[in-house]
Write a protein that binds this ligand. Structure first.
Ligand code: MG
Length: 160
């Protein structure tokens, strides 16, 4: 078994929606990012890469590479999951925390969980989505941006 941790932060910017854990939510602002700015999937990808000892998301998807401009982070996640599968790893479970004053995550939580589980090719009960505000403190509290953290456990493919 191998454990990995990931974190990501993005600033809000012009726009009318944000993508979190593969789900697009209407919002008064967008997110400044080279890709779609999905903090939850970026944190998750970093956790997955970290657990496998494969560096970080910036090494695999450099933001200087036009190929990843506006990229759908679900594609990045699928790419990372395939890298891990090629090395004999599958996800045992993933636990994600989204830190944001808004948008509120609650009623989108189940869809996020299903979306992440599908990307990881696991059952819904192997994924957990948590959300918190920062009680008005710091850049998140001031509504300048949002963040996410992820922990994953990898296990070896069951022997055949
Ligand atoms: Mg990011």
């Amino acid at each position: 078994m191998r454990i990995g941790f990931g974190t990501d932060i993005h600033a809000f910017g012009p726009g009318d929606s944000v993508v979190i854990a593969g789900v697009r939510l209407p919002h008064s602002r967008g997110v400044r990012a080279h890709s779609d700015g999905d903090v939850a999937l970026h944190a998750l990808c970093d956790a997955l890469l970290g657990a496998a000892g494969l560096g970080d998301i910036g090494m695999h998807f450099p933001d200087t590479d036009p190929k990843w401009k506006g990229a759908d982070s679900r594609e990045l996640t699928r790419h990372v999951v395939a890298l891990l599968a090629a090395r004999g790893y599958v996800v045992a479970n993933a636990d994600l925390t989204i830190l944001a004053e808004s948008p509120r995550i609650g009623r989108h939580r189940d869809e996020m969980r299903r979306t992440v589980a599908r990307l990881l090719a696991v059952e819904d009960n192997q994924v957990n989505i948590k959300a918190t505000t920062t009680e008005g403190l710091g850049f998140i509290g001031r509504g300048e941006g949002l963040a996410a953290q992820a922990v994953v456990l990898l296990q070896r493919h069951a022997p055949r």
